[in-house]
Ligand binder design. Structure first.
Ligand code: UD1
Ligand code: CA
Length: 465
């Protein structure tokens, strides 16, 4: 039995040259969230006391991203990329309290480039470590269709791990082993770190292999076991192609999750979700809808085709799209209707309010049961600063109205179509602000005659020249 105390070491020292990017690999995103944050979020479900992220030299942007999580996270720099064993050893200064024989605590080692690793697999490993007579070390293993160049997990007849052999070092017989090493491991902290201190580089790559701790453990009389995982979960992303594969697998998972939660995706493969997209029950999502980060959708909402949402909250029973754009800070109340070619940014729409066509509502507060006519624009930007528009409840804004912010339209007011509103409109007022219409009776015939004469004169002039 072990205590619950746990430290996590995330290996992320690789720049990831094959991803051909100015940005370190682990900051590339899957479902709108960095691969590193996927891994950190999965491990957070184990409530570790300490998290140490191992970075390479000059990876300050990653250190910053780690700090931005706000938790009590540590980063260490592995000065030279001497192998996964050396990477774990370099975490030692940040692991005080997990190293000595008196410090009972576990260490979990994960890779920063495996965005599909699930909390469930980590929980299963933690449970295996808590069981009576638990092995001192557990590796994550999987059975891929093509074992390729993965390390092979060699088990004895009792199922205990005898050793893990890297592909480059494996004999022909060992390469026949189907059980592959996923790379992550969980073990007793002092045991693991004492074995890591014994690692050498006498192998095909001349690296400190973390995997060698398994043979060392056996030699020292410690038992090691296996936690099997789905092959997808250990998939490491090394290139843009692999990033796209991980994205596709993640999208399958996310779609399954929202459907299990009671949403109908009419054509699931065309709906793109973010890792944090929250969707209620009895929601219908038509084809080709994009959910960027930070979207919350209430029950009974309908999102029509070709809509683009990010950072938006949509209350129950609302209808969005087709071709709507909800940008960060868009908050739609219950039963709101936002129709085609309507963009909402940093604006709250009260319950039952409708903006059905061709409208921009930015930096605005709109009350309940208000009707926003086609072509209404909040002119929120004067070239220097953004200004707010406030529209009360029960207001009628006529089509093609420009509201020049800062401006307020009081509750129950009516604004005539085509108005350019530059001053506040009082509650209950009717406001019309457009050029007055002039009519001349019979004027059309006179105008046409004048046009005909002008044309004839012009042609006459051309013939003479
Ligand atoms: C590793 C395993 C292999 C397993 C495979 C699964 C070892 C020796 N081998 O091989 O058995 O089948 O993962 O994908 O562990 N890293 C550092 N510093 C280093 C080296 C690596 O931080 O000096 C980080 C990398 O950034 C990466 C992770 O450790 O996130 C794994 O390293 P990588 O070189 O990809 O290991 P593999 O050779 O794939
Ligand atoms: Ca790898």
């Amino acid at each position: 039995m072990t205590s619950a105390k746990l430290a996590v070491v995330v290996l992320a020292a690789g720049q990831g040259t094959r991803i051909e990017s100015a940005r370190p690999k682990v900051l590339h995103e899957v479902a709108g969230k960095s691969m590193l944050n996927h891994v950190l979020d999965a491990t957070a479900t184990l409530a570790p006391e300490r998290i140490v992220v191992v970075l390479g030299p000059g990876m300050e942007v990653v250190a910053e991203a780690v700090r931005a999580r706000g938790d009590d996270l540590h980063t260490v720099v592995q000065e030279r990329r001497l192998g996964t064993g050396d990477a774990v050893a370099s975490a030692r200064p940040a692991l005080a309290g997990y190293l000595g024989p008196k410090d009972a605590g576990d260490i979990l080692v994960v890779f920063g480039d495996t965005p599909l690793l699930t909390a469930e697999t980590l929980q299963a490993m933690a449970a295996a470590r808590r069981a009576p007579g638990a092995p001192a070390l557990l590796c994550v293993a999987f059975r891929p269709e093509d074992p390729a160049h993965y390390g092979r997990v060699v088990c004895g007849p009792d199922g205990a791990v005898e050793k893990i052999v890297e592909y480059a070092d494996a004999s022909a017989a060992e390469r026949e082993v189907e059980l592959c090493n996923g790379g992550m491991l969980l073990g007793d902290g002092p045991v693991l770190m004492s074995l890591v201190a014994q690692l050498g580089t006498d192998n095909a790559k001349g690296e400190y292999y973390l995997t060698d701790v398994f043979a060392l453990a056996r030699a020292a009389g410690h038992r090691a076991g296996v936690a099997e995982a789905d092959p997808d979960e250990v998939m490491g992303v090394n290139s843009r192609v692999e990033l796209a594969v991980a994205e596709a697998l993640m999208q399958l998972r996310l779609r399954a999750r929202v459907m299990a939660g009671g949403a109908t995706l009419v054509d699931p493969t065309t709906v793109w979700l973010s890792a944090d997209t929250a969707i209620g029950r009895d929601v219908t999502i038509q084809p080709n809808v994009y959910f960027g980060p930070g979207v919350v959708i209430g029950d009974g909402v309908e999102i029509r085709a070709f809509s683009h949402l990010e950072g938006a909250t949509v209350a129950a029973g609302a209808r969005v799209g087709p071709f709507a754009r909800l940008r960060p800070g868009a908050v739609l109340g219950a039963g709101v209707r936002v129709g085609n070619f309507v963009e909402v940014k940093n604006a709250t729409l009260g319950a039952g309010t409708k903006a059905d066509h061709l409208t921009y509502l930015g930096d605005a507060e709109v009350g309940a049961e208000t009707s926003i006519g086609a072509g209404t624009i909040t002119c929120n930007y004067d070239g220097l600063a953004k200004h707010r528009t406030e529209i009360g409840a029960g207001v009628f804004i006529g089509s093609n109205t420009a509201l020049v912010a800062p401006v307020t339209v009081g509750a129950g007011a009516i604004v005539g179509a085509g108005s350019t509103i530059t001053r506040d409109v009082a509650a209950g007022a009717v406001s019309v602000a457009r050029g007055a219409q002039k009519d001349r009776e019979g004027g059309a015939a006179r105008l046409r005659e004048a046009q005909r004469k002008r044309k004839a004169r012009a042609e006459d002039g051309k013939n003479k020249s």
